[in-house]
Write a protein that binds this ligand. Structure first.
Ligand code: XMP
Length: 483
């Protein structure tokens, strides 16, 4: 794996998804974002200040640099200036020389291409090639003929014009990443907080391969997990990685902090704060820890991009504020990848499907599935109902088909009859949705027979529950979680 492509957004957007499409075509691609102002100033050191982090894997120059400009960089002279700045920055910052003919201009991905054919100079010809290749970048629902044409143009650019060969593998990426981590962090211990989710597990597995027992893994059990979750994560990680977990039983402290709290955002805030405190007390016992491993993935990075005004759209921290408070430097080996790529990487690392294909689960856990105040009794109720939902959907063979499925306790007591007497008992809502990325979702048309078994079992087996309803709202307008 010698060749790689660097895609740079110079004020433009869409480089991340373009890099992904290039990887999918077999050529390894990394992505960087540079604020346009920095590029226009042509001051190399400003590149590093503004998000142009050196791609971690590489100690050799990119085989080609694809530049996505800001739509304002329409004129050839401006483009040439930015290209020059990019070239100089690569040279000054990393000692990389990239020949001018291997710096390719692309069009901004929204199709707001600068004037496409404004003369015969090289720069604008390159822009034309790029316009075709990025025309439908990431455009969901684009006509497939258009997508095919864009894909063909991208292939032509990579394989014909740039003469790349392709053929990277996850194995090669793992080897390089492991080497790069060893080089970058030759001493000192690292700590990782596992959440039970796929990202933190894959990040831990990768760093563990590099640092061995210099990595300490911690699992803070907040007592808001699904039934059997902690044991499943513990066993899977220990077996697959030989990575011993320090488990902290913090359920009682989380519950105490949630006492009397009904506002969903306040619940999230208190859970986040408690998490940090638990982690701090563990880290205090790991004095040699200098690094914090986080499973930050590409969409998190994109959401936190600085704009030209220097303000991020959304500041992202998997564990908000933790690195700053503990004075730990971050190791984030999954930054170049999307979720499905992280899953492929996890599989290549030998993680079991039970971890790699785990359904998404909110960080605040069952606390946002008990509407209103969270109590031990309600948690027990929602956990028992949730186990039945999972068992029945999985028994019906629908487990991999449905994106998320779970039980919610809306806190509505409804009337029922037991032994001829009127009783008021809790309602359980069942939620099951199909989705691709979680940003939109449609309610799953589960077979009636499955719904019937779920309802019967919950009403019979979960004490205190007297009614079961099925949520038939899609997202939008509803969200996936109820809080
Ligand atoms: P919504 O409910 O916004 O959820 O449609 C979209 C996806 O995000 C998950 N989710 C969360 N994940 N912390 C998380 O880590 C949270 O506070 C949170 N809220 C929702 C949700 O399960 C779904 O996959």
């Amino acid at each position: 794996m010698d060749e790689w492509v660097l895609v740079i957004d110079v004020g433009g957007r869409g480089g991340a998804s373009l890099a992904r499409r290039i990887r999918a075509l077999g050529v390894y691609a990394d992505w960087a974002y540079v604020r346009r102002k920095a590029a226009a100033d042509a001051a190399p050191e400003r590149f590093q200040e503004t998000g142009f982090a050196r791609p971690m894997l590489w100690d050799r120059p990119p085989s080609a640099v694809l530049i996505i400009p800001d739509a304002r960089d329409a004129q050839p002279a401006l483009r040439a200036g930015v290209a020059l700045a990019v070239g100089r920055a690569l040279e000054a910052s990393y000692g990389w020389t990239v020949a001018e003919e291997r710096m390719v201009w692309l069009a901004p991905p929204d199709g707001a291409a600068p004037d496409q054919d404004d003369g015969g100079d090289e720069t604008s010809k390159r822009a034309d090639a790029g316009a075709k290749t990025t025309g439908s970048a990431g455009a969901g629902g684009a006509a497939s003929a258009h997508a095919d044409a864009a894909c063909a143009a991208l292939k032509a650019l990579l394989f014909e014009r740039l003469g790349l060969r392709g053929g990277w593998t996850w194995r090669a990426v793992i080897e390089r990443t492991v080497e790069a981590i060893r080089r970058a962090y030759p001493e000192g211990a690292a700590v990782v907080a596992l959440s039970g989710g796929v990202d933190s597990a894959v990040a831990a597995a990768l760093v563990h391969r590099a640092l061995g027992d210099r990595l300490k893994a911690v699992f803070v059990d907040h007592g808001l997990l699904r039934s059997g979750e902690r044991e499943a994560v513990q066993t899977a990680l220990a077996e697959a990685l030989g990575l011993p977990l320090t488990v902290v039983d913090a359920g009682a402290r989380f519950l105490a902090d949630l006492s009397g709290v009904v506002d969903p955002e306040e619940k999230r805030r208190r859970i986040g704060e408690r998490f940090i405190r638990e982690f701090e007390s563990i880290a205090a016992g790991l004095k040699e820890a200098r690094y914090l491993v986080q499973g930050t993935i590409l969409p998190d990075v994109v959401e936190s991009l600085p704009t030209d005004t220097g303000v991020a759209v959304k500041s992202h921290h998997n564990v908000g504020g933790l690195p700053e408070r503990l004075g730990l430097a971050l190791i984030e080996p999954l930054r170049p990848f999307y979720k499905d790529e992280v899953r492929a990487l996890g599989t290549a690392l030998g993680l079991p499907p039970s971890i790699v294909y785990r359904q998404p689960f909110p960080g605040p856990g069952l606390a946002v599935r008990v509407i209103g105040e969270v109590t031990a009794a309600k948690l027990e109720m929602v956990r028992a109902a949730d186990r039945i939902v999972r068992e029945e959907i999985e028994a019906a063979g629908l487990g991999t088909d449905v994106w998320q499925y779970f039980a919610v306790l809306p806190g509505v007591a409804t009337v029922g009859i037991v032994d001829g007497a009127r009783v008021y008992r809790e309602t359980v809502a069942v939620r099951a949705v199909r989705s691709v990325a979680g940003d939109r979702a449609s309610w799953a048309h589960l077979p009636y027979a499955v719904l019937e078994r779920i309802a019967e079992r919950i009403a019979r087996e979960v004490p205190g529950v007297g009614r079961v309803v099925y949520d038939i709202t899609s997202k939008p307008p509803a969200t996936i979680e109820w809080e």
